[in-house]
Write a protein that binds this ligand. Structure first.
Ligand SMILES: [Zn+2]
Length: 92
């Protein structure tokens, strides 16, 4: 099963689901979503890189500002360095 399909399966609410199960499913969906690579954010001016999820800066997503990590060290988001998303301003 691919990750996006697993997410869809977990999002289905069943009649017998307790509150705890519903909460556990939300946590599982959030954890799986972090495993799906997202393009890093790049500010056009100056080529500064940011995590697409928590907006952590270069220090958190590249070793010594040059070797890209596969995951953000702050939030755990898997990073896609091939598909960069260019933005005009620094993310907030
Ligand atoms: Zn992050």
């Amino acid at each position: 099963m691919e990750l996006p399909q697993a997410i869809e399966e977990l999002k289905v609410e069943y009649l017998g689901d307790s509150f705890a199960i519903a909460e556990a499913k939300k946590i599982a969906v959030a954890a799986i979503e972090k495993q799906i690579p997202k393009p890093v954010l790049v500010v056009k001016e100056g080529l500064y890189f940011f995590c697409p999820c928590c907006h952590a800066d270069d220090e958190e997503i590249r070793y010594d500002y040059c070797v890209p990590y596969d995951y953000c060290t702050k939030c755990g988001q898997r990073l896609d360095w091939e598909k960069r998303e260019y933005i005009d301003e620094w993310p907030h």
